[in-house]
Ligand binder design. Structure first.
Ligand SMILES: Cc1cc2nc3c(=O)[nH]c(=O)nc-3n(C[C@H](O)[C@H](O)[C@H](O)COP(=O)(O)O)c2cc1C
Length: 219
C-alpha cells in the first residue's frame, strides 16, 4: 500500500492555526505587572516590591514589570465620561499600556486604617478592560494586621472588574522589622508563600490567555 497523506483543507489549516495560537498562549512567558500601591513619603513599599519582583523573576516563566505610582503619576481627578483632558491622557499613556500588556498582576499593598491606599484605588478606578479576565495576587504588609484587611477589601474591588484574585497571599506584619535591608529576616516562610502564589497566578494566566485566544472575554 502506498503511503497517503491527507490534503490540507481550509478547515484543517484553520484548526492548525488555532492550535498554534492556543499552545503559544499556554507556553509564552506570563507578563506580570507588580503594582506598588504606596506613594507615601518615606514609604516602605519599594523594599517589599523589590524583594517580591526578584523572587518572581527567579521563579521562571514570568516577564516582570514593576509599576510604581511614584514614577507614573496619575491624573489628579477621575476624567469625565467625555474622556480625559490632553494632560491627563499624557499621564495615562505612561501607565495604561503597561497594565493592558500584563497577563497577570501582583498588587503590593500596605494597610492604611483597615483598608488600602487611596492612590491604589485611583489607579484601579482609572482602568477597566486592563484588569478584565486576568489573575491578581497580593503581597501585603502593615502593622499587626499584616495588610490582610486591605487584601480582603481589594478582592471585592477586583471582582467588580472581572478579575480573578488568587487564594494565597504573601504578607508581612510589622513590615519594617521583618526586613534586614533589602531581604526578609526569615526568608523561608515568605519565599514559600511567594512561590505558591506565583504558581497559582501562572496557572490562571495561562488558562485565561488560552481561553481568550479561543474566544475574547465577554463576547
Ligand atoms: C495612615 C496610616 C494608617 C495605618 N493604618 C494601619 C492599619 O489600620 N493597620 C495596620 O496594620 N497598619 C497600619 N498602618 C501601618 C502601615 O501599614 C505600615 O506603616 C506600612 O509600612 C505602611 O506602608 P508604606 O510605608 O509603604 O506607606 C498605617 C500607617 C499609616 C501611614
Amino acid at each position: 500500500m502506498p503511503a497517503t497523506t491527507t490534503p490540507a483543507t481550509a478547515a484543517s489549516v484553520a484548526a492548525d492555526a488555532a492550535a498554534f495560537d492556543a499552545s503559544d498562549a499556554a507556553e509564552a512567558p506570563v507578563k506580570l505587572a507588580v503594582v506598588v500601591g504606596s506613594t507615601r513619603g518615606g514609604r516602605f513599599g519599594p523594599t517589599v516590591a523589590a524583594w517580591f519582583a526578584g523572587h518572581a523573576a527567579r521563579h521562571g516563566g514570568f516577564d516582570v514589570d514593576v509599576v510604581d505610582l511614584v514614577d507614573t503619576p496619575l491624573p489628579a481627578a477621575m476624567p469625565g465620561f467625555d474622556g480625559p483632558s490632553a494632560d491627563d491622557a499624557a499621564l495615562l499613556a505612561e501607565v495604561s499600556p503597561r497594565l493592558a500588556a500584563a497577563d497577570a498582576f501582583v498588587v503590593v499593598t500596605p494597610e492604611y486604617n483597615h483598608s488600602f491606599p487611596a492612590a491604589l484605588k485611583h489607579l484601579i478606578d482609572l482602568h477597566f478592560t486592563e484588569w478584565q479576565a486576568k489573575p491578581v495576587g497580593f503581597v501585603a504588609y502593615g502593622g499587626m494586621a499584616a495588610g490582610l484587611r486591605a487584601v480582603e477589601q481589594l478582592r471585592q474591588v477586583f471582582a467588580e472588574l472581572h478579575a480573578v484574585t488568587v487564594r494565597d497571599t504573601v504578607s508581612f506584619h510589622g513590615a519594617a522589622g521583618a526586613f534586614d535591608g533589602p531581604d526578609p529576616r526569615d526568608p523561608a516562610g515568605c519565599s514559600a508563600a511567594a512561590t505558591t502564589m506565583l504558581d497559582q497566578l501562572q496557572w490562571w494566566a495561562r488558562a485565561l490567555r488560552t481561553a481568550k485566544a479561543a474566544q475574547p472575554y465577554g463576547s
